[in-house]
Design a binder for this molecule. Sequence first.
Ligand code: NCD
Ligand code: ZN
Length: 349
Amino acid sequence: MTILQRLTLTRPDDWHLHLRSGSLLRAVLPQTSACFARAIIMPNLQPPVVRTEQAQAYRREILAALPVGHAFQPLMTLYLTETTDPDDVRTGFLEGSVAAVKLYPAGATTHSDAGVHELERVYPVLAVMEEIGMPLLIHGEVVDPAVDIFDREAVFIETRLIPLRARFPALKVVFEHLTTRDGVDYVHACEHHTAASITPHHLAINRNALLAGGIRPHYYCLPVAKRETHRLALLEAATSGDRRFFMGSDSAPHPDHAKLSSCGCAGIFNAPNAIAVTAQLFEQEDALMHLEGFLSRNGADFYGLPRNTGTLTLERLEQAQPVPPALPLEQGCLSVFDPQIPVYWRVAD
Ligand code: NCD
Ligand code: ZN
């Protein structure tokens, strides 16, 4: 196979990752730890990771599941509930056990039932986080059934996020898995303390992938993919070199049987090709010079963490690469994201 180009980057980080636990964790973790130095680990297990000691135990489980020779640092998060103890959050952050707190509006997505109904009830936690400089990671969707699912991000910004930021202006916020032009505009309009993660799948597909010509549950995730104009806004933001945007894969494994169902789960598994797909899209936008910022620098800078010292080499091949094969699981298998574009990039061995 002819290699046309090589690109060596500072080793990337994944700023939004679902690893699950048990056998599913063991199946998916090597896909991430083979390429990424660190990842922000989502806390939406069942039961959720609410207290620092649970995050510490989960971190030990992840480290125990690492393949020999993989150096990977899980950055743990706490799942914000209306009874979260501000002192536990403070201690967990200051001692380095947890990197951030995740806000799920109750009912917004997979395993979010224990999330927040009334934001006012978590103000004491947010006040502590603002004081100590701890990032709040926001799933930015309203859950009101009267709001159309395609509008839930835009409505969240107006009715929840803007008032919240007015109350806590110095709180560091990561707007997670941005999916709309409205979200991009919001981040652009913020002068301080604001960043956003963007997934490879929201850069690659719009809602037609999910709904046109047959319903394709493998493209169902939350927030749901939007129309093309929104994808283009995300692509523009990601490839612009603006340091407020960075890659969070939101790789969210659900066994195929749980997705291909009359009520399929939300979540796209992209850990095996997140980097290759992102490189392909940056190349198409003539923006490979900004790839390293998006994958390896912007997130660390926003979180106030050192940049990685290792590297990762990508190769651009003459021929498009097949979508990575589904992973075998204890029960069934796990399909990998198909970006619906030819991908000529791969991570070098
Ligand atoms: C995530 C999951 O499966 O845990 N699903 C998804 O569609 N992204 C939850 C989330 O991040 O919303
Ligand atoms: Zn997620």
